[in-house]
Design a protein around this ligand. Structure first.
Ligand SMILES: NC(=O)c1ccc[n+]([C@@H]2O[C@H](COP(=O)([O-])OP(=O)(O)OC[C@H]3O[C@@H](n4cnc5c(N)ncnc54)[C@H](OP(=O)(O)O)[C@@H]3O)[C@@H](O)[C@H]2O)c1
Length: 173
């Protein structure tokens, strides 16, 4: 299965500001996120990201699988695509394969992306670089020791100030 990350970053690699307000994200990032989620029909996110998006802004509504990582065994959702899980990243990939998915997109946040990167389970990375710099905030990844090499597949200008970088992760030997 192909697993991609799709995330908005600042010009200095942050994914959130210290105010934790998403007023720096372009409509084009939102459209791109929606499009890839609709295309892949399998979306992975952490519970903190879920809490920000639910109930009205979850990218899948009826069809597909929205995997939400959480240790909260009581978590419930009205959205029929949502599966709350404590599984690790490789077990999640296995679960999605068993459900018939061939592609999945990880949409955040830092903890969730870091887990999949650490497990070597990310094939593609889409970085939507917004024209801002935050002196403090949340980095793209945390507690990731390995070094990954990437191949640039595409650079797309989304508007006057926003670019989308599409990378393929080189397989580690
Ligand atoms: N720029 C972007 O494109 C973008 C996209 C998405 C999010 N964000 C930002 O990212 C921030 C959230 O990122 P984050 O790193 O704090 O949180 P996150 O990855 O969204 O969620 C973390 C939570 O997921 C659960 N979790 C993670 N790994 C788990 C595992 N292996 N097993 C069980 N549960 C697991 C835990 O929830 P429990 O405590 O419930 O167990 C944990 O507290 C927000 O500020 C948001 O605005 C930015």
């Amino acid at each position: 299965m192909k697993t991609s990350i799709f995330v908005a970053i600042t010009a200095n690699g942050q994914i959130s500001n210290s105010r934790n307000v998403a007023d720096w994200l372009s409509p084009e990032y939102g459209q791109g996120l929606f499009t890839i989620c609709q295309k892949y029909k399998a979306v992975i996110m952490g519970k903190t990201t879920y809490n920000i998006l639910a109930p009205n802004y979850l990218p899948l509504t009826n069809e597909g699988t929205t995997v939400v990582l959480t240790t909260d065994k009581q978590a419930k959702s009205d959205n029929p695509t949502v599966v709350f899980t404590q599984k690790n990243s490789s077990e999640i990939v296995q679960m999605l394969i068993e459900k018939g998915h061939k592609e999945a997109v990880i949409i955040g946040g830092t903890m969730t992306m870091s887990e999949f990167i650490n497990a070597g389970l990310v094939d593609d990375i889409y970085l939507v670089m917004e024209p801002v710099i935050f002196g403090s905030g949340l980095p793209l990844l945390k507690n990731v020791e390995l070094e990954l090499k990437l191949n640039l597949l595409e650079v797309k200008k989304l508007n006057d100030n926003t670019v989308q970088l599409h990378y393929k992760v080189q397989k580690q030997s």
